[in-house]
Design a protein around this ligand. Structure first.
Ligand code: SF4
Length: 389
């Protein structure tokens, strides 16, 4: 397939759906987690879940970067902007993540904080150049995909001696989080679902390659299929997982081989290693403290590390009592299980992080699936309202 239409072709998708239906064993349950928010979005947008047999269930994982950002980290950024007078820059979705005291970055901006949405880490660096009299902080979030550009601007700022620029680093790592979901006593205690395999991230795997998942697949005997974001990719990935489960295999397979290689992007990995080192532990929304699951800035770049520069002290803050984001991020609940879904909590007015980005499970279900929850829609046409043919 060469063109985008071919990756969205309905007949081909139905053909793969037929294969999945023919190959699943009726006495088995297939619970697959799509770790990445991009896959969650694709599954909701293209109605993929509706094309699967009832015993194949897709479970949304914690792979949306703004969904897993804990309140305490957003609070740090807000305090920097409101109390320390910095120009705080961040990506668009981060602006709306709920924080403490009913605040978010966008609400703090309405209160007078100088908070700016940027499209890249480089935009934040440019602002620091343009405002040498102000401190500019880049609130850096995301997985291995957004980490190399942050590393590049840190190296650039150091090389140029740009001392009014720093980074509040909240970059997190994918393999550690997947391992935590299956391995940790804490995760088991707060509740997780049984999982039979994973749709591996697409963009993240472009950077890190397919090899980092191998120890995970072997240790936990869980298949991983790295899959692209188009509907045909996802359907094919699910078929590959079904086949692995049926033959009791637990291997790393690469459906997205047009982009992902075994070793990934070595130049990106090198710049990440030059600028960042592992944090001992990092709090994830929904998963709690996850060991070695995030990055911090190396001491050689301390001048450009906002946590050191402003002597920030992290404090954990619990989510809104009725928000089920934590359970959704662990796959234990679905968006429609939350009492606030679609009423108090909507994409225009999110109460929890899963409703913020269109990669979040709640926002994806709100945009593409919520009407299926209504009994009237589920019943389909009746004798009295069906269209005459
Ligand atoms: S509907 Fe809103 S409050 Fe409920 S789990 Fe989703 S994001 Fe959280």
């Amino acid at each position: 397939m060469k063109y985008i239409d071919e990756f969205r072709d309905g007949d081909s998708a139905r053909h793969i759906a037929d294969k999945i239906a023919a190959e699943v064993k009726p006495d088995l349950a297939y619970n697959f987690m799509e770790f990445c928010g991009g896959h969650t979005h694709a599954i909701s947008r293209y109605g993929i879940a509706d094309m699967l047999p009832p015993n194949v269930r897709m479970i949304h994982g914690p792979g949306c970067p703004v969904c897993v950002l804990p309140i305490g980290r957003v609070d740090l950024a807000i305090r920097l902007a409101l109390e320390r007078g910095v120009i705080l820059c961040t990506y668009g979705d981060t602006m709306r993540v709920p924080a403490s005291n009913g605040l978010s970055l966008i609400k703090a901006k309405a209160r007078g904080a100088d908070i700016r949405m940027v499209y890249s880490a480089h935009d934040a660096l440019k602002l620091a150049e343009q405002h040498p009299d102000r401190e500019v902080v880049f609130f850096a979030i995301g997985f291995e995909t957004t980490t190399p550009p942050t590393a590049l601007v840190l190296r650039d700022a150091k090389a140029r001696g740009l001392r009014n620029f720093s980074v509040l680093c909240c970059h997190v790592l994918t393999p550690a989080a997947i391992t935590h979901i299956l391995a940790s006593a804490e995760a088991r205690e707060i509740g997780t679902v049984p999982l039979d395999g994973f749709i591996g991230p697409a963009h993240v795997s472009i950077v890190i390659g397919s090899q980092p998942y191998v120890p995970f697949a072997q240790t936990f005997h869980k298949p991983v299929v790295i899959t692209g974001f188009e509907p045909m990719d996802v359907m094919q990935g699910i078929l590959m997982l079904v086949r692995q489960v049926n033959s009791s295999r637990a291997e790393v397979e690469n459906e997205f081989s047009r982009v992902v290689t075994p070793t990934g992007n070595l130049a990106a990995q090198q710049i990440m290693a030059e600028v960042f080192e592992l944090r001992e532990s990092f709090e994830w929304r929904g998963l709690g403290e996850v060991p070695t699951s995030a990055l911090k800035i190396r001491p050689e770049f301390a001048t450009w590390d906002a946590e050191r520069k402003f002597e920030l002290v992290y404090a954990s803050v619990p989510d809104h009592k009725q928000c089920e984001c934590g359970a959704i991020l662990r796959g234990v609940k679905r968006p429609q299980d939350c009492k606030l879904f679609g009423t108090v909590c909507t994409p225009e007015s999110p109460m929890g992080s899963c409703m913020v980005s269109n990669e979040g499970a709640c926002a994806a279900h709100y945009s593409y699936g919520r009407f299926r929850d209504l009994a009237l829609v589920n019943k389909g046409p009746t004798a009295s309202n069906s269209i005459a043919t």
